[in-house]
Write a protein that binds this ligand. Structure first.
Ligand SMILES: *Cc1c(COP(=O)(O)O)cnc(C)c1O
Length: 377
């Protein structure tokens, strides 16, 4: 059989400016790291790089957790890795839902046979710690608290320190989604006492999509070791993955995505060179630039000022503007991608990302002038 489309040649992607909810612009240094020669995934040189990756990730997460490494898969697989290892059938988990990703956490708990106690907050609002306190009072047997630090579906930032403190007071462990927060706003695992955290490579770390950094505290590791019955996922069973990612003798579990890990390593070196505090300040400064311009165009933010994420700006689509047509024009005429609304906000908002390498004054300027053009017809 011959190929029925003889015109197919190498894929040449268009050059875009990525200002949606992820992926973000990938800097040239990371793209060239990806193109370095592939080595064997148990090559001593590669194993040395894996150790550096763990050290760099501990810096990004601000943790001393030994069990810190990138899961071979997107943020969603990091999420499942946390839940599948920590939740056993019958376990009660308090899950905060204030957008799409909190809803997915609750779904994970249910599929594992756990009981999800859902604490709901409106889309666009942060998680209300008072409601979490009430949920623990009503469910003193809850073993875990799960919440999304930075809800990418709305642009709201929740108070992770306050939420983790409530869980600790009630003897529960904490699972935190920091896919969009890591590298863009403070994420302080040890200071806050977070037990399990997962992130993604393609948001504020500005690597290519497909890797999910995770970190587990000693208390989380003790819970995993003490679990009754096997972890229902073979691929994500941390007991098995660990033989590959730690210890003196590395044993084969799966073939690590060698080149993508070069890219993550480079993106974390770039973050360490800049420094976390400087990266957070840059995200804030560019958010303020964007905000001034959007407000000058008469646009309003979905999230109140105190809970606004600098790296994900949700604004109401101005009246009379066809939101999908406007995004198509941004892409076709300006090579600019911004995000549409999800779920309850579909068709009503735009989500403008200023994540990682995309958080630059030049991007802010492009976005504002392009938006002005398409809004004014
Ligand atoms: C993007 C995102 C995810 C999922 O990450 P994928 O890499 O798309 O699987 C999970 N949680 C949040 C908050 C996100 O923004």
């Amino acid at each position: 059989m011959s190929i029925d489309r003889p015109e197919i040649r190498s894929f040449q992607p268009p050059v875009r400016t990525l200002m949606g909810p992820g992926p973000s612009d990938v800097p040239p240094r990371v793209l060239s790291a990806l193109a370095r020669p592939t080595v064997g995934h148990l090559d001593p040189a590669f194993v040395g790089m894996m150790d550096e990756l763990k050290t760099l990730l501990r810096y990004a997460f601000q943790t001393r957790n030994e069990l810190t490494f990138p899961v071979s898969g997107p943020g969603s697989l990091g999420m499942e890795t946390c839940f599948v290892n920590l939740v056993s059938p019958g376990d009660k988990v308090i899950v905060c839902v204030n957008g799409v990703f909190g809803g997915r956490m609750a779904e994970n708990v249910r599929r594992l046979g756990g009981v999800a106690v859902v604490v709901e907050d409106p889309w666009g609002a942060p998680v209300d710690p008072a409601k979490v306190e009430e949920a623990f009072a009503a469910n003193p047997d809850a073993a875990l608290l799960a919440f999304v630090h930075a809800e990418t579906s709305t642009g709201a930032l929740s108070d992770a320190a306050a939420l983790a403190a409530i869980a600790r007071r009630h003897g529960a462990l904490t699972i935190m989604d920091c896919v969009t927060s890591l590298g863009g706003v403070p994420v302080l695992l040890d200071e806050w006492g977070i037990d399990a955290a997962y992130s993604g490579s393609q948001k504020c770390l500005s690597c290519t999509p497909g890797l999910s950094p995770v970190s587990f505290s000693e208390a989380a590791v003790a819970r995993i070791k003490g679990r009754q019955g096997a972890c229902p996922s073979w691929f994500q069973d941390l007991g098995l993955v660990l033989g590959y990612w730690s210890g003196a003798k590395r044993t084969y579990h799966h073939t690590a995505p060698v080149n993508p890990l070069y890219g993550l390593h480079e993106s974390l070196v770039i973050l360490a060179e800049e420094g976390l505090e400087a990266a957070w300040a840059r995200h804030r400064d560019n958010h303020l630039r964007l905000r001034a311009g959007l407000e000058a165009l008469g646009m309003r933010f979905v999230v109140s000022e105190e809970a606004r994420l600098p790296q994900l700006n949700s604004v109401w689509v101005p009246e009379g503007v066809d939101e999908a047509a406007a995004r198509t024009r941004l892409l076709q005429e300006f090579g600019l991608e911004i995000g549409a609304g999800l779920g309850a906000l579909a068709g009503k908002v735009w989500r403008i990302g200023l994540m990682g390498h995309s958080s630059r004054p030049a991007n802010v300027a492009l976005c504002l002038s392009a938006l002005e053009t398409v809004i004014k017809g």
